[in-house]
Design a protein around this ligand. Structure first.
Ligand code: NOJ
Length: 819
């Protein structure tokens, strides 16, 4: 293992070499108060909105060696002289004897040894609290006594994250610091922008004596900032200068004299960072109360244990045991954790999504993200679904994105193109899947009657119209039905799922056509379950109509085309020199059931032949080789990168779903495994990103850097790979009438097991595969009693039920794809 390993026992990934190819991060807290911490202790923290209330200054574009937002310095004096170093490696970059960053659930735990000092640093945000806690314990490993000072350091940013970088006149003149005494010799440093002086302040302190402090970066680094974070000149003197920064670049550095540590002796302390609202005295009072609470090591330990218990609860809803260790690591811990983060952060804040206000919560993104947490936290998913439904428009389309703190929505990038439609062809249809997924998980069909607003407001700011959830879904389908182009296929709008193909007004999208087909199937199933026959019949007629059009116009001989341009010419056809075949053009006709069996198989074979690589399936081929404003953003990338023929991982699980629908479990798993980050150890120097989360994209084989991943964490890949793994490969799928069991696995597997909670009961499901098939439930035994079909009833009795499933040859294998 080059940079680390999975510790399944502790549910951590353990980084043992800090020189990872790029920073590997972890999230702490939530959008309410939180951010990310990188594996060398760098910290990006914000409260409420990363664009409007950013706290620490983290510049991802700086080299890995540079200080970013936070570090801890230690100053050790012994008979060997004085050594100043960071136990986090950055920014002092000292030789270490041991380095461990344990990427945990809701915390990072650093366990390092430098210069004879063992440091343990745990970073986390207690649940529901606006405070970052760092628990630090330092042990003298040497054979002689040492004097130790600790200097925790933060660098603040202006609260308006973008202005920090755009205005070097105004910003520095507004930054202010103050110092307060807590009455027991401990200092509390505060920081605020002048205009917010009486609205909110940020406070930093420690639970041990502070002998001096610094709040001005210039003074801390020394020599008019020709001192560096690697060797800050102020640490050469006995004390810091107690400067109060009244402008400029604000920091918070506390000098904590820990005294003498005898050989083997350990000293512990806690640092605390909060931001509180109110006037200066109100916010200080609130901060003091919070500091009072977390000054105690017992309170800190209890808060840490509480986080662990919450993750037990979250992850305990679904646990799997398959013959594949990497799949187990991902499905039991890391993939659902990533789903939680995408649901929480949408595409707002990561090393790649910089949270400057360009994105906020994406309608399509979050509609897909909620499905990734549905089994674990359906009611939290519903809360986000309600927000999403509230930014749908009266005509059934959706606003492209919105800001969670204000609920103000906008039309995304389409705002910049005056001559182009202001809707995205796909956005509103995702919400149909999200709502149906919630209904199936919970059985709470009364949610359909809940009345929610549409986005448009009257002149008083009140919603102009509202409707039930069901009404929202019906309007979504109606919008697509009535916004069609020259072939009768759905209009692309500004873009569909592929944001970067922006064709002239009038272009049609086969992705949307198929997505519409799947949304109709979901609605037909729902209507039939509810006994709404007339509506079901209407939707079935719409389904048959669209299915006919897709097969009449879009079949290209070996695969389906992807778009029709405004003039009716195909994109994604053998007639095209570049962009001939597109992955989503093939997976979705299978998912929608539009593709007849022979076309489904041929289209998927074409994907395998023309788009698959050992690192994943490319989005299209061949890539466009040159900028073409008529195609849009896709041609801004070189061939093989991102949406231009790159391996766009979000689209890979849709091919896996399609393969399971045609019963090809070996191939579905091969595709699953080839993008599993947990299986990337041997190629990690090429791959570069974290092995414990999915990335958004990997450079494709047309690119010289084939295999290099980027944009980890906040990607729809998380939700869909989790759904594929649990619902389509392992085949435990919530339905209206109960838990449907329909695995599609590699033939070589002898079986697997799943433990799952579902609507108030627990199920221990053992699947055996004596005939070595991929698909087909031959026998289902629930609590010792054989039952017909493949649906386990929803018992809702708070009990554990044993389920034995035997796979074997059955007549109808794979038939559902061949409707
Ligand atoms: C990333 C965006 O967040 C997502 O909305 C989009 O579907 C994909 N890129 C593909 O363009």
């Amino acid at each position: 293992m080059k940079y680390g390993y999975f510790d399944d026992q502790t549910r951590e990934y353990v980084i043992t070499n800090p020189r990872t190819p790029v920073k590997w991060i972890n999230y702490v807290g939530t959008l309410g108060f939180g951010g990310f911490v990188d594996h060398t202790g760098g910290l990006l923290l914000c409260k409420g909105d990363p664009a409007l209330n950013r706290i620490t200054k983290y510049i991802p574009q700086l080299p890995g060696s540079q200080f970013k937002g936070h570090t801890l310095y230690l100053r050790k004096r012994s008979s060997q002289g004085t050594q100043i170093f960071s136990p986090l490696f950055v920014p002092t970059l000292d030789a270490y004897d041991r380095f461990e960053c344990r990427v945990g659930l809701g915390y990072s735990h650093f366990n390092t040894e430098f210069h004879g000092i063992k440091s343990e640093i745990r970073v986390f945000v207690p649940t529901g609290e606006a405070i970052l806690v760092q628990e630090i314990s330092l042990t003298n490993l040497s054979a002689e006594p040492v004097e130790l000072d600790a200097v925790p350091l933060l660098e603040y940013t202006h609260f308006d994250a973008l202005k920090q970088f755009m205005n070097a006149d105004w910003v520095p003149q507004t930054m202010m610091s103050e110092v307060h005494d807590d009455g027991e010799g401990r200092k509390i440093l505060s920081q605020f922008a002048f205009m917010n002086r009486d609205q909110r302040q940020t406070y930093f302190t420690a639970n041990v004596k502070v002998s001096s402090f610094e709040t001005d970066r210039r003074v801390f680094l020394g020599d008019n900032e020709y001192g560096t974070f690697q060797r800050p000149l102020s640490l050469n003197g006995p004390e810091l200068s107690n400067s109060l920064a009244l402008r400029g670049d604000n920091i918070a550095a506390l000098l904590l004299p820990l005294g003498t540590l005898a050989p083997g002796e350990t000293k512990r302390f806690v640092t605390l960072l909060t931001q509180q609202e109110g006037t200066r005295s109100e916010s200080l009072t609130r901060a003091r109360a919070l500091f009072e609470k977390y000054r105690s090591h017992d309170a800190v330990t209890a808060a840490r244990a509480a986080i662990g218990a919450e993750w037990d609860e979250y992850l305990g809803r679904v646990q799997v045991n398959t013959p594949d260790a990497s799949m187990n690591s991902m499905l039991n811990v890391h993939n659902p954790r990533q789903c939680y983060m995408t649901k929480n952060w949408s595409r707002d804040l990561s090393l790649y999504q910089l949270g400057f206000g360009g994105r906020g919560i994406g309608f399509r993104d979050s509609s897909q993200d909620v499905m990734g947490v549905m089994s674990a936290m359906p009611e939290e998913a519903r809360e986000l679904i309600e927000k999403l439904l509230s930014v749908m428009k009266i005509n059934g389309s959706a606003m492209h994105q919105f800001y969670a703190s204000t609920m103000v929505a906008n039309e995304g990038d389409s705002r910049e193109a005056e001559d182009r439609p202001k809707f995205y062809g796909d956005d509103h249809l995702w919400i149909v899947f999200a709502v149906c997924s919630y209904l199936k998980e919970t059985g709470n069909l009364s949610f359909l009657e809940r009345v929610l607003p549409y986005y448009e407001k009257d002149k008083h700011g009140a919603p102009r119209e509202q409707g039930t959830v069901q009404n929202h879904l019906e309007r979504a389908l109606e919008f697509t039905k009535t916004n069609v182009g020259r072939h009768g296929l759905p209009l692309l709008g500004f873009a569909d799922w592929n944001d970067t193909v922006n064709l002239k007004t009038g272009a049609e999208s086969l992705f949307v056509a198929n997505q519409y087909g799947k949304a109709l199937l979901d609605m037909i199933e729902l209507c039939e379950f509810r006994g709404e026959r007339a509506l079901a019949d209407r939707y079935r007629a719409d389904y048959d109509h669209m299915r006919g059009l897709v097969n009449e116009y879009a079949w290209d001989g070996e695969w389906y085309v992807r778009y029709f341009d405004h003039d009716g010419s195909p994109i994604g056809s053998k007639k095209n020199a570049q962009g001939q075949i597109w992955t989503n053009g093939q997976s979705w006709p299978v998912i929608s059931g539009f593709a007849p069996r022979d076309r489904a198989e041929r289209a998927l074979e074409s994907v395998n032949r023309l788009l698959n690589t050992p690192n994943g399936i490319k989005l299209s081929a061949p890539g466009y080789d040159g900028f073409d404003p008529a195609k849009g953003g896709v041609t801004t990338y070189p061939p093989g990168a991102k949406e231009n023929g790159g391996i766009f991982l979000h689209a890979n699980p849709w091919v896996m779903i399609a393969e399971t629908l045609v019963g090809n479990g070996d191939r579905a798993f091969e595709y699953y495994n080839q993008i599993n980050p947990a299986a990337k150890n041997d190629v990690i120097d090429t791959y570069e990103c974290e092995p414990y989360v999915y990335a958004q994209n990997i450079l494709g084989n047309e690119h010289p850097l084939f295999g290099l991943a980027r944009n980890s964490w906040l990607s729809g890949t998380a939700s869909w790979t989790y759904q594929v793994g649990t619902k389509h490969i392992l085949g435990v799928m919530p339905g209206y009438g109960g838990l449907e069991i329909n695995p599609c696995i590699p033939k070589a597997w002898n079986g697997f097991s799943v433990r799952r909670q579902f609507r108030g009961a627990r199920y221990a499901i053992e699947v055996s595969n004596p005939d070595h098939v991929s698909k087909g439930v031959r026998k289902l035994v629930v609590d010792g009693v054989a039952i017909a079909g493949n649906v386990i009833p929803a018992f809702d009795d708070n009990r554990l039920h044993t389920v034995e499933v035997t796979l074997g040859a059955v007549a109808a294998v794979g038939e559902e794809a061949a409707q």
